[in-house]
Design a protein around this ligand. Structure first.
Ligand code: FCB
Length: 443
């Protein structure tokens, strides 16, 4: 049986600047927090860096051709702030913008709709030196940068995403230290979220003041959390984790403020919140982007299994190379939750899986595991549309095997295999399959 998608449905792939561009010192780009982080011994697996990445900065024409072969109708990419405003704020580097100008023209000539993310984690290091997202000034600098990108590209780019996954920057960057800037237990993660969301609101206002008719959104990583058992402590722990990951972001951007129940347990003094901030953060959105990978089973850390009532809920046994369980039903759950918030347009802005890709047939990676992962998630997407969820498009993560943050080049998420020594790109079986899905507009 073929499940057809609506005619307006956009089929895309997503990428991020630092993960693919390389060319970190070209045309006036300044250092980003990820350039700095990669140089701290032991922080990134194998000492990998994004210095070259997929060399997309030079190979973008070939990469558009690959997108064309896949039949993509949309492409989500991010702009590197340090290319456009190398000092973080102030002078705009037109040479940096030239790259995105050419890319956008190339996409449009090919009939591919650009979806532009303004911030996918590569903060200019000079702003980090002034306190990064821990300080309010970065939110204002972000809005200035957003306005600069808009004034150059806003005549052609009609889909904008302000931030990518502010939860990750706050928690992995400022609590666990796995991501740049690598701070461990800094106690600043809620301030970092607040300043990012403030930056989001200010940037949304700046975008809206530019060209009319553009769609403005934010890309959030949202996850259902399943309690390990029905023990009240497990249920509370799961509800808390889910709230901090989902409602903590969705409520303020939709005008509901930070959830009172979570504020009470967060211990966050909220001393950085200034009167009027929540109104800025609530700048109306035209769309929301959902980055979905998995569902997590959460138990209260103080409970032992022998204290828990049966049945115990375990993570499903099927896991990706990230160690993430394969849980397609959570995608449907998150889509319905977003619908409940009343968003007019929802996009799945990321969804995909890393697998070792060791099975080859001739030159081609036979990634049946990835194909099956994508297919099962698309079935959930189709069912949600059938239920009336306003899902407008799907972006596979990701086009090319790339720099997977602290795991370097060791994890491959691409539809296209990249030989990192030669930069040769070869579609995987999943890429061929995705092309057929797009051609049929269905699965
Ligand atoms: C998301 C990120 C993206 C990529 C995938 C695997 O959290 O937005 O850049 O690393 O995970």
């Amino acid at each position: 049986m073929t499940r057809r998608f609506p005619d307006y449905f956009l089929w895309g792939a997503a990428t991020a600047s630092y993960q693919i561009e390389g060319a970190v010192a070209e045309d006036g780009r300044s250092e980003s927090v990820w350039d700095r982080f990669c140089r701290i011994p032991g922080r990134v697996l194998n000492g990998d860096t994004g210095d070259v990445a997929c060399d997309h900065y030079h190979r973008w024409r070939d990469d558009i051709r690959i997108m064309e072969d896949l039949g993509l109708s949309a492409y989500r990419f991010s702009v590197a702030w340090p290319r456009v405003v190398p000092e973080g704020r102030g002078p705009v580097n037109q040479a940096g913008l030239d790259f995105y100008d050419r890319l956008v023209d190339g996409l449009l000539e090919t009939g591919i709709e650009p979806f532009l993310t303004l911030f996918h984690w590569d903060l200019p290091q000079c702003l980090e030196d002034e306190g990064g997202w821990r300080v309010r000034g970065t939110a204002h600098a972000f809005a200035e940068y957003a306005a600069a990108v808009e004034s150059r590209l806003g005549d052609r780019v009609k889909h904008w995403l302000t931030l990518n996954e502010p939860w990750v920057v706050a928690h992995l960057g400022h609590r666990t230290g796995q991501h740049a800037p690598g701070l461990v237990n800094s106690g600043t993660e809620f301030d970092v979220i607040h300043h990012q969301l403030l930056g989001h609101g200010l940037a949304a206002q700046a975008l809206r003041a530019g060209h009319a008719g553009s769609e403005i959104g934010i890309a959030l990583n949202l996850e259902p959390k399943v309690a390990r058992s029905d023990h009240p402590l497990d249920l509370d722990a799961a509800a808390l984790e889910e709230g901090l990951m989902n409602r903590w972001f969705l409520d303020p951007v939709t005008g509901r403020g930070y959830p009172d129940d979570l504020r009470a347990v967060s211990g966050w003094p909220a001393s950085v919140v200034v009167h009027g901030d929540l109104d800025v953060i609530a700048e109306p959105l035209d769309a929301v982007g959902l980055n979905y990978y998995r569902t997590e089973v959460v138990g209260h850390p103080g409970l032992r299994d022998c204290d828990r009532p049966a049945p115990l809920r375990n993570p499903p046994p099927e896991i990706t190379e990230m160690g993430w369980p394969v849980t397609p039903s959570g995608l449907g759950e998150m889509l319905r939750m977003l619908d409940g918030y009343g968003f007019e347009a929802i996009y799945i802005t990321e969804n995909g899986a890393a697998f070792p890709d060791t099975t080859r047939d001739g030159g081609m990676v036979q990634d049946e595991d990835r194909r099956s992962y994508l297919e099962r998630h698309l079935i959930e997407a189709a069912m949600a549309i059938g239920d009336g969820v306003p899902l407008r498009g799907y972006f596979a993560w990701t086009l090319l095997d790339n720099f997977e943050w602290s795991l370097g080049y060791s994890r491959r998420f691409g539809l296209i295999h990249v030989d990192h020594a030669t930069q040769q790109r070869t579609p995987k079986a999943s890429g061929h399959w995705y092309r057929d899905v797009i051609a049929r507009n269905g699965i």
